[in-house]
Design a binder for this molecule. Structure first.
Ligand SMILES: [Fe+2]
Length: 295
């Protein structure tokens, strides 16, 4: 597959999310990590401790920005102040791409702080793609959109979720952050074949992949990011890597966060899949246990 501005980051390997409980360990031990993903909104401030921490991280590591408040799918105009701050932060981090979710979450200036599912309609495709294009033009960095997990669907939908994703990214000419855990969660909640979803994604637009753990309840499963990646999600990940080739991969672990080494060890399980497709993810040996996991 020819490299383009979305899929050319084949050397990025495996990253983990930068989280407060790990700050001390990272600064003291200086572990080997390919890159950190930061939540942009946590650092869109004028100064103080968050930016001090970020600058210290940037001295040693590559950082990729992931946002949670752009709401590409909202009908209201984009928040210009949010965009201005995001661009300032992007200049600081030199993030090679910038991601946020394919969702909506705001109405008339009021924000839900939730990643709400889209109605899969042609009208929503047009509006969402126009928003993504505006952001991409303003930020001047490739924008990639992430599929969210969902627990409800709209009667108005005119297509499947994966058709919607395809139409949006073609119309916006943007990249994809493929969250294979979100695909699995939604497939179980809505009763579709998750492999069909993975197989239909335009592989040459996938800039990054998210893996994460979820929780299974009696009637639904929830995207909790609070424990290791489950087997079916590794299966989807393997298929995605087969189709997309070596792709920057990030483990999300946001609740009940264990030690740094435990999170990193879980993330490094992705190495065997990446290396089977020609990547050269090195055994990043932070501990003996880690070495055993990736051998
Ligand atoms: Fe995700």
């Amino acid at each position: 597959m020819a490299a383009n501005r979305f899929n050319g980051y084949t050397d990025f390997g495996i990253g983990i999310g930068l989280r407060i409980p790990h700050y001390q360990h990272i600064f003291a031990e200086k572990p080997v990590v390919d890159w950190f993903e930061i939540i942009s909104e946590n650092y869109m401030v004028d100064g103080g401790r968050p930016l001090q921490v970020l600058d210290q991280i940037l001295e040693r590591y590559r950082v990729v920005q992931h946002g949670v408040a752009m709401y590409f799918g909202s009908a209201q105009p984009l928040n210009r102040e949010h965009l201005r701050r995001l661009k300032l932060l992007a200049r600081r981090t030199k993030t090679p791409w910038l991601s946020d979710h394919l969702c909506w979450g705001s109405v008339d200036g009021r924000y839900t702080h939730d990643l709400l599912p889209m109605p899969y309609t042609r009208e929503a495709v047009a509006k969402t793609a126009a928003n993504i294009r505006q952001v991409q033009d303003f930020i001047e960095i490739p924008v990639v959109v992430e599929n969210v997990s969902s627990y409800a669907e709209f009667h108005e939908s005119e297509m499947t979720e994966w058709e919607f994703l395809n139409e949006v990214v073609e119309a916006a000419d943007c990249g994809i952050l493929l969250d294979v855990n979100n695909i699995y969660v939604s497939s179980q909640n809505h009763g579709f074949d998750p492999l069909r979803y993975v197989d239909s994604v335009p592989a040459d637009r996938v800039a990054q992949i998210h893996i994460a753990g979820h929780s299974k309840f009696e009637k639904y499963i929830l995207d909790t990011h609070d424990h290791p990646v489950l087997e079916p999600v590794w299966g989807l990940y393997a298929r995605a890597i087969e189709r997309c080739g070596p792709t920057a991969t990030l483990l999300e672990w946001d609740d009940n966060i264990p030690t740094f080494d435990e999170v990193h060890g879980e993330a490094m399980k992705a190495a065997k899949f990446l290396n089977s497709q020609g990547a050269q993810v090195l055994p990043q040996v932070n501990t003996k246990e880690l070495q055993e996991i990736i051998q």
